[in-house]
Design a protein around this ligand. Structure first.
Ligand SMILES: Nc1ncnc2c1ncn2[C@@H]1O[C@H](COP(=O)(O)OP(=O)(O)OP(=O)(O)O)[C@@H](O)[C@H]1O
Ligand SMILES: [Mg+2]
Length: 781
């Protein structure tokens, strides 16, 4: 018996050793599904399967890298390198690159990200003269995405009266025309959006039987992790590829299906048995990840869902701490509580920040968390949201590079044609777009051959356009035979991107320059890494890497341990010793949009199940009574999900709020400007909503609202009513402070309630004191 299989329990091992034929592993969170896939690949390789013949599809590229790494330890890194592993999108982009010409695409096709597609849709709606309110770009794009994921082409759409009627009813009678224009424009630009990567792969496999046959023959073993979240398009690809050998192994958990809103189809799991009648089914029931309190709490929650497959999950891990629930007054306070708790846990339990994750339902919630972590000096990294590659200056440089490779890339071209400013305005662009449509050419083709059109553009503008075309063409020559870094470096210099930012001189601009330099550094790393592995280091390869670096795959900038922040959707498959799930409030989680139907509510509950089951040692839940959303302060109610966890696994923490406020405002009297907690200066009604297990509600004390402090607690109000801020204090006075002791006033500034004194204390150094709150006794004046 080979020892590499020792880290498996008997059912896991049975699944690993089942090498041939269709099989499915349906099992709860943390039961080792991903681990089984990893070991199974190693096992196949150990048994003589060629590494080129294994295709493994994962949820993130990061997960694929980690699996490869582990497999490499068993079979050797060079062997592991040949595995086809990655997300659906990255694996199929790779296939499409080599087959693109069959579909009429250049092999250097661009991948449009969501910003590109929104911009393109905006232009289409404008050019077609449609109303922006009826045709909202994002809504249209998500509808198109639905079509594509269900393989509904433009033609299929047009032959489907039900769809047409649905759109007509939704006041979008031109939907078909918009869809067609969008598809045509992407095609003309040599660009694919994310859904195209799947749609076109399907097209490729259906239209070209020889291509299908080639890949069927290559991928003798196909594996899919997180199978519960595959959509129809992905399902078809997998089924087609595995059709010849039928060595297909899928793993998933119906209770963790959380992408229905993006077209994931849970029936793919449920129908697997129908598709492959001789399928072998494996169950894994032991959770190795979490304490039994966490496992039981999650079980008690998910039982509330009616639609689910019957599964048991148990653990022999210790009971561990109960799930701790914290309530706070505001989102700001929630952030500070989380930051404090992380800080204390890290200190007291000797943990590094890598051991902590903060999970939330929506990206917007990260702001309060970030503020609090920054103030506490805790390093963190955010997954999702605006990634490095989405920043403007980075996108600008990338757009230049994209145009060099694929001058037909319309969105990239529009981004840079007047950046840095060249005096090519919107009117000119509109004329060019019209001409491009008229002659059925790309914008760049029109620009580089203005003479052959009857487009009416004035002399000076013509010169500018000619200069631009010449610039691009000469850079294209540079791009030939140089690596990604050399080309980018040349672009930055010739186009003057950094120079343009330096002229600006603002701190933001300085930051941007650094980002551009960071991108160049990143390219150097990329090239070295690729060379080491004997892989393509061309500009095309780099751009593809960037386009597919899902926001999740942020490259870690350094090795400093950092707290991870991300939405629950992105946390799927991951695990952390300490997990904080924040914003447990009605209309936020479950989200307001999901409480109308049972199936949507059940999806939210599965999402909460995913969140809970990420925690290994301890899980915290928190909610706030008030929160800023959409620029407004709103009152919040605790989430119904809190009630749904069996009480036995729950512990309510006592709010520390009064103590915190007292410390901050009264005891210390210390007020560095940026130390004023943001929510303390907001205006807000005192909240009296009763909450389960709540201590005596705060008493409301009437008080007068000071001008600059809009949020005042009763303690603070009392303090303000009794203290007399208008002390006649002047530089040179000797004063005493209850906490800081004796000191000398250096300066006094500000007026009214804002009077601040800078005091040099004998023992604690210089502090700024806001007299409104400090008790400074003048000893000598
Ligand atoms: N037999 C085992 N012995 C020791 N540790 C194990 C065993 N099986 C799984 N684990 C560990 O348990 C944790 C959860 O495993 P894994 O991530 O594979 O579960 P999963 O079923 O894929 O979870 P999820 O549903 O969240 O994706 C991992 O840290 C894994 O290494
Ligand atoms: Mg997993």
């Amino acid at each position: 018996m080979s020892d590499y299989l020792e880290g498996l329990n008997p059912p896991q091992r049975a699944a690993v050793e089942q090498m041939e034929g269709p099989m499915i592993i349906i099992a709860g969170a943390g039961s080792g599904k991903t681990r089984v896939l990893t070991y199974r690949i190693a096992h196949l390789l150990k048994n003589g399967v060629d590494s080129f013949q294994i295709l493994s599809l994962t949820f993130t590229n990061k997960a694929a890298r980690e699996m490869k790494e582990r497999i490499g330890k068993v079979v050797g890194q060079s062997e592991a390198k040949n595995l086809w592993m990655g997300t659906f999108h990255s694996v199929f982009a790779r296939i499409l690159r080599s087959e693109a010409d069959k579909l009429g695409y250049p092999s250097s096709f661009t991948i449009y990200d969501s910003q590109d597609t929104v911009r393109l849709m905006n232009s289409i709606i404008k050019e077609m003269g449609l109303s922006k309110d009826q045709y909202k770009s994002k809504a249209i794009l998500s509808r198109i995405s639905q079509f594509k994921n269900n393989l509904i082409t433009v033609k299929a759409y047009r032959n489907n009266p039900e769809l047409i009627e649905a759109d007509t009813m939704a006041m979008r009678p031109q939907m078909g025309a918009v869809y067609k224009e969008y598809v045509d424009r992407c095609f003309k630009a040599g660009a694919m959006d994310f859904d195209d990567l799947l749609l076109r792969t399907n097209e490729l496999l259906v239209r070209f039987p020889d291509v299908l046959s080639k890949y069927q023959d290559r991928f003798r073993y196909v594996m899919v992790d997180e199978y519960q979240d595959t959509n129809h398009s992905q399902y078809l690809i997998v089924r087609a590829l595995a059709d010849r050998f039928q060595n297909i192994c899928v793993v998933g958990d119906d209770s963790q299906s959380i992408y229905a809103f993006r077209g994931a189809n849970i029936n793919n799991i449920l129908n697997f048995q129908k598709d492959y009648p001789d399928v072998k089914t494996f169950k894994l029931e032991q959770n190795y990840r979490s304490t039994s309190n966490i496992v039981e709490a999650a079980n008690s929650l998910i039982e509330k869902n009616k639609t689910r497959l019957d599964k048991t999950i148990f653990t022999s891990n210790d009971a561990g701490g109960k799930i701790k629930i914290m309530r706070t007054l505001s989102d700001g306070e929630e952030g500070r509580w989380v930051a404090n708790s992380i800080f204390e846990n890290a200190m007291n339990l000797q943990k590094t920040y890598d051991d902590f994750a903060i999970l939330y339902r929506t990206n917007a919630q990260s702001r309060a968390m970030e503020d609090a972590l920054r103030k506490k000096g805790i390093k963190y990294k955010i997954f999702g949201g605006l990634s490095f590659y989405q920043r403007k200056e980075i996108k600008d440089l990338l757009a230049y590079l994209r145009v060099l490779i694929n001058p037909n890339d319309e969105e990239a071209l529009k981004r840079i044609i007047n950046y840095p400013a060249r005096g090519i305005g919107e009117t000119t662009m509109d004329k060019l777009s019209v001409a491009a449509n008229h002659y059925n050419k790309s914008l760049f083709e029109i620009i580089s051959d203005l003479e052959s059109t009857d487009i009416k553009i004035q002399g000076p503008t013509k010169t500018k356009l000619n200069n631009f075309a010449t610039l691009i063409q000469s850079l294209q020559i540079t791009a030939q035979g140089n690596n990604a870094f050399q080309v980018a470096d040349e672009v930055v210099k010739r186009v003057g991107l950094i120079k343009d930012l330096q002229v600006d001189g603002t701190p933001e601009a300085v930051n941007r320059v650094e980002n551009v330099q960071e991108l160049l550094n990143g390219m150097k790393d990329f090239i070295e890494e690729r060379k080491e592995q004997d892989l393509d280091s061309s500009l095309t390869a780099f751009l593809e890497d960037v386009a597919l670096a899902s926001t999740f795959d942020n490259k870690d900038e350094d090795d400093t341990p950092m707290v991870s922040l991300m939405t629950i959707h992105l946390a799927k498959g991951l695990e952390f010793p300490y997990v904080y799930i924040v914003g447990m409030e009605e209309t936020l989680f479950p989200s307001a949009m999901s409480v109308n139907t049972r199936s949507e509510l059940e999806e939210e509950r599965r999402l909460f199940y995913v969140a809970l089951t990420r925690a290994e040692t301890q899980c915290y839940l928190s909610f706030a009574h008030t929160r800023y959303r959409w620029g407004k302060l709103i009152d919040c109610e605790p989430s119904r999900f809190l009630e749904e966890i069996d009480e036995r696994y729950i512990e309510h923490l006592a709010p520390q709020r009064n103590k915190v406020v007292a410390n901050r405002f009264v005891d210390s009297g210390l007020f560095d400007d940026d130390d004023i907690p943001r929510d303390k200066i907001r205006f807000r009604k005192p909240v009296t909503r009763s909450v389960r297990n709540q201590e005596t509600p705060e008493k409301k004390t009437p008080f007068k609202q000071p001008q600059n402090l809009r949020k005042v607690t009763p303690q603070l109000a009392q303090q303000m009513n009794t203290s007399k801020p208008a002390q006649k204090l002047a530089a040179g006075n000797k004063v005493s402070h209850a906490k800081f002791g004796v000191g000398q006033v250096i300066s006094v500034e500000g007026a009214g309630v804002n009077v601040k004194a800078e005091v040099k204390f004998e023992n604690v150094g210089t502090k700024k004191i806001l007299l409104q709150f400090a008790k400074l006794n003048i000893l000598e004046s």
